[in-house]
Design a protein around this ligand. Sequence first.
Ligand code: ATP
Ligand code: LTN
Length: 333
Amino acid sequence: MDENKKIIFSGIQPSGSLTLGNYLGALRNFGKLQDSYNCYYCVVDMHTLTVRQNPEELRERSYALLALYLACGLDPDRNVLFMQSHVPCHAELSWVLGCYTYIGELSRMTQFKDKSQRHADNINGGLFTYPVLMAADILLYKTDLVPIGVDQKQHLELARNIAERFNNIYGDTFVVPEPFIPKHSAKIMSLQEPEKKMSKSDSNANNFILLTDPKDVIMKKFKRAVTDSGCEIVYNEEEKPGISNLINIYASINDTSREAVMAEFEGKRYGDFKMVVGEAVCETLAPIQEKYYQYIADKSYLDSIFKKNAEIADEHARRTLKEVYEKVGFIVY
Ligand code: ATP
Ligand code: LTN
């Protein structure tokens, strides 16, 4: 770790196979930031228990997520790639921070409201206090910057408020973190219902592209993607959500602007544009998929990364937790 570099923390839940939304909104940026920051990228398995999980599948998906981190180019020697449940400080700090978070604040979280509706038979305490655990994840590492999709912005604001509140009572303890939200891919939308977010827990597989979807499946999904009335390839989120989403995907993959995409496809047809976007996505995902299948076949290598990094993360996290325990008045040895 280079003491002069700022710290990044982010996490993804192993709650399903990752989508193009996860990749463009979060994962791709993880790789871009690894040179300039000290990075902690976590598999946040504890968060997934807020929704019922099959234990065997959860374990398998946790390995799969680490394999994807590696396949997307995260260097295990330069980034701390680890599992949340391997570092007990996350749960410990979460308890303390929960005592500095108001019920009113948690009740306003839109993800809680959405998920309570979707899982009306299991509105559990964890679902409600989920953002406190996320705040603990971030604050434990004195994180400066958190790469996330825009759907997580409200949770990050809450983490900032908790940090400021704690600092005001006990003096400077936590760094107040900033979000890092990508410009064109902050919210990749569903291919069939472009007014809602592309989500890995969607029941309709045509709504999302999985990072592991084979080429023919990806092309078929793009072919079927809902476009809008009219025929011009122009960006207009309200009136043309389908085409606007495709423009965002293409601009993001090619690191270019929406204007450049519109200029490139001026006078072209929707059908042609959809195929070009599909091809670009396949081209980006092909090398990731190839590496992914190599990594996922070697569980002992993945275990060695998890083990080594749990220790590194634990050391940093334990230091912060000790400071917090001292400040709140616990007896610390
Ligand atoms: P679920 O749909 O099961 O709630 P999710 O995919 O929304 O899961 P995570 O897997 O925890 O949630 O998200 C990991 C990261 O990917 C977060 O930073 C989130 O903001 C980002 N992300 C998720 N979906 C999208 C999307 N459609 N567009 C951009 N970023 C996204
Ligand atoms: N809540 C996030 C996942 C998450 C996270 C974090 C992201 C848990 N802890 C810390 C960034 C930093 C989600 O649902 N996408």
